[in-house]
Ligand binder design. Structure first.
Ligand SMILES: Cc1ncc(COP(=O)(O)O)c(C=O)c1O
Length: 388
């Protein structure tokens, strides 16, 4: 039976051939660690990492490549931003996020509440669309608010949040903004300069088409002055200084890089730059329309999240009456070769918002290699299971 990959929200698959080829070539022909040798291979590794950084900066229109800080995944990038800003904040400091956040935002904020008396507030979102109203964020601001965090695209409902408005609310109040772009980077055009975002975290291994073990934190110029390090160690630069460099991006990147991962990531981003994220977004919108049309009004089948394509991306939570999410995922895989993710998707408040706690939903998520035939197959499978 053919296998249909619908778990691009977890990690993208397949990757472009150029990604796997670059990783194999790096392992076979280079293998050196950047900044750790004066020989040609070490210099080549350094150049490769510099190129990866500038490609990512170009993709999101960052002010320069040094604004791109590498991490091992999006969770690590988010944790650096949240803990960096709030670890030393006084008890009673207030932070705002939305009810659609992933545990990668909820958990650091709640841990800081337990450990340091932070007061996180998760602004409620619409139960049908999952959308946050930026006005509700504005109303939640207190004199002690230090952070406004917002997910760009929900990993449960595909909801595309109005982040431009959310960032503008934060800027008007002089509060640092953090965008979780885990499900949007590479899927939806992202212009950090036009948005005026302070911090944007995203994985390299999802929409950017790189391998697992890669992630990024974009840091707006000047924000490094108020964002302490969370980890310190060797950078291969200014070795005579026993203190962490304050220059970007060395300030936040410690130890040997995941060079083989960055070799792949660089080609993933090159692939996106060539196609253009705007055209990938159009393809995704087309697939969303098709999926919604085929699954529309099927008795016993619920598709969550916005129906308006301008408010969503290709991440769909679905449920079939009288069937547990895990059993639905098993049937989809066993009978149709459709690979999905059942459960709570690390986003308990999002599931509470749409009324799918405690069982959760079954999630199908699209990527740039998902095509019409895949979507027709998965949607027809859902229709059959629901009406059988
Ligand atoms: C919205 C959101 N934020 C953060 C993450 C964490 O990403 P990573 O797996 O790269 O740590 C995910 C992963 O699924 C996500 O969907």
């Amino acid at each position: 039976m053919d296998r249909y990959y619908f778990d691009n929200s977890a990690t993208s698959f397949p990757k472009p051939d150029s990604v796997t080829e670059a990783m194999a070539t790096f392992a076979r022909e280079c293998g050196a660690s950047a900044g750790r040798g004066a020989y040609a291979e070490a210099r080549a590794c350094q150049d490769m990492i510099a190129l990866c950084r500038s490609r990512i900066a170009q993709l999101i229109n960052a002010e320069g490549p040094e604004r791109i800080v590498f991490a091992h995944n999006c969770s690590e990038a988010l944790c650096l931003a949240i803990r960096g800003l709030l670890n030393t904040a006084a008890a009673g400091t207030h932070a705002i996020a939305t009810a659609m956040e992933h545990n990668s935002v909820l958990r650091p904020l709640n841990a800081l509440a337990d450990q340091a008396g932070l007061e996180p507030e998760f602004v409620a979102c619409d139960g049908s669309t999952g959308l946050v109203d930026p006005e509700d964020i504005r109303k939640a601001i207190r004199p002690s608010t230090r952070l406004i965090a917002c997910v760009h695209v929900s990993n449960v409902t595909g909801t595309l949040q109005p982040i431009a408005e959310v960032i503008s609310v934060a800027r008007q109040a002089g509060i640092v903004s953090l965008i979780d772009a885990a499900q949007s980077a590479g899927h939806v055009p992202l212009d950090v300069r036009a948005l005026g975002a302070d911090l944007v975290a995203f994985p390299g291994h999802k929409g950017l088409l790189g391998p697992l073990g890669t992630g990024v934190l974009y840091v707006r110029p000047g924000i490094e002055e108020i964002l302490p390090t969370m980890k310190e160690g060797g950078t291969g630069t200014v070795s005579e200084d026993p203190r962490q460099p304050s220059t970007m991006p060395d300030k936040y990147e410690i130890g040997s890089h995941n060079a083989i991962g960055l070799a792949g990531l660089s080609e993933g981003v090159a692939w996106l730059l060539e196609r253009g994220v705007a055209s990938i977004r159009r393809h995704d919108e087309h697939l969303c329309r098709l999926f919604l049309e085929i699954t529309d009004s099927v008795r016993g089948l619920t598709v969550y999240g916005p129906r308006d394509l301008r408010q969503r991306a290709g991440v769909f939570s679905v449920a079939v009456e009288h069937l547990e999410a895990g059993d639905l995922a098993d049937r989809l895989e066993g009978d149709y070769g459709v690979l999905t993710r059942p459960g709570i998707h690390c986003a308990p408040l999002a599931h509470r918002t749409i009324g799918t706690m405690p069982g959760g939903t079954c999630r199908l998520s699209f990527g740039p290699f998902t095509n019409e035939a895949h979507v027709r197959h998965a949607a027809a499978a859902l229709r059959e299971i629901a009406t059988r």
